[in-house]
Ligand binder design. Structure first.
Ligand SMILES: N[C@@H](CCC(=O)N[C@@H](CS)C(=O)NCC(=O)O)C(=O)O
Length: 213
């Protein structure tokens, strides 16, 4: 096997950050679109925890966490500007708060039934005050978490902020968090994101993104 193989799911924010990192690095990879309801036995044999993304490397080793895949893709000389700023204490804290506190509130806001949640609006408010407003203040200082240029932390947070904004887009648009809204709009319209969201045929392995895309 020459190329890495990514088990992915198009709408999963963790898989999105992994795909974007691989695209930024210009690393050719095969992709297998997983059905979360009917996971491939081959993937489960390689990674029994059963979440995506999972990446099988050419040397046979397996990466089971999206951040590890991003590290593998970006922690190289050619993409130093994407990886190094993401190692600052401040940016590692943004990552931890995104994957912890923000994800907690996002899930309960987006899927209240799944979590038997009765205080959906409370979670929306907590996500806003504890994470999105501080992130907006941070982005008022510079356009990206990487400074004037984006870094891995921008890639890692964007798919989750996207999910939050998409729950009630009209409400989100009226919020006074312009720096964050601009940051989000720029990522949504970026060629990188468009490529990362290319639709794959289910349950087969194909080169990603397909040639010419
Ligand atoms: N910590 C993991 C989280 C991955 C994760 O939770 N992925 C979700 C999809 S967004 C998943 O596969 N969940 C298992 C399922 O739904 O069966 C990572 O960073 O890769």
């Amino acid at each position: 096997m020459q190329k890495p193989l990514l088990y992915t799911y198009r709408r999963c924010p963790y898989a999105m950050r992994a795909r974007m990192a691989l695209l930024v690095a210009g690393i050719g990879f095969d992709a297998h679109e997983v059905s979360l309801r009917d996971k491939s036995p081959e993937m489960l044999a390689r990674s029994p925890k059963g979440s995506v993304p999972v990446m099988l490397l050419p040397d046979g080793s397996v990466l089971e966490q999206s951040w590890d895949i991003m590290c593998w893709a970006l922690n190289r000389a050619a993409t130093k500007s994407w990886w190094e700023p993401a190692q600052s204490i401040e940016n590692l804290n943004w990552l931890a708060r995104n994957d912890g506190l923000f994800k907690h509130h996002l899930d309960r806001y987006k899927y209240p039934e799944r979590y038997h949640e009765t205080d959906r609006d409370g979670h929306r408010e907590s996500a806003l005050s504890a994470f999105l407003k501080p992130l907006n203040s941070r982005l008022e200082q510079s356009s990206f978490l990487g400074g004037h240029e984006p870094c891995a932390t921008d890639l890692a947070l964007f798919p989750f902020v996207r999910q939050f904004a998409a729950v009630e887009p009209d409400w989100f648009e009226l919020l006074q968090i312009t720096a964050l809204q601009t940051w989000l709009a720029n990522w949504l319209s970026s060629p990188l994101f468009v490529r990362c969201m290319h639709k794959l045929p289910g349950q087969t392995t194909v080169l990603f993104p397909p040639l010419g895309h």
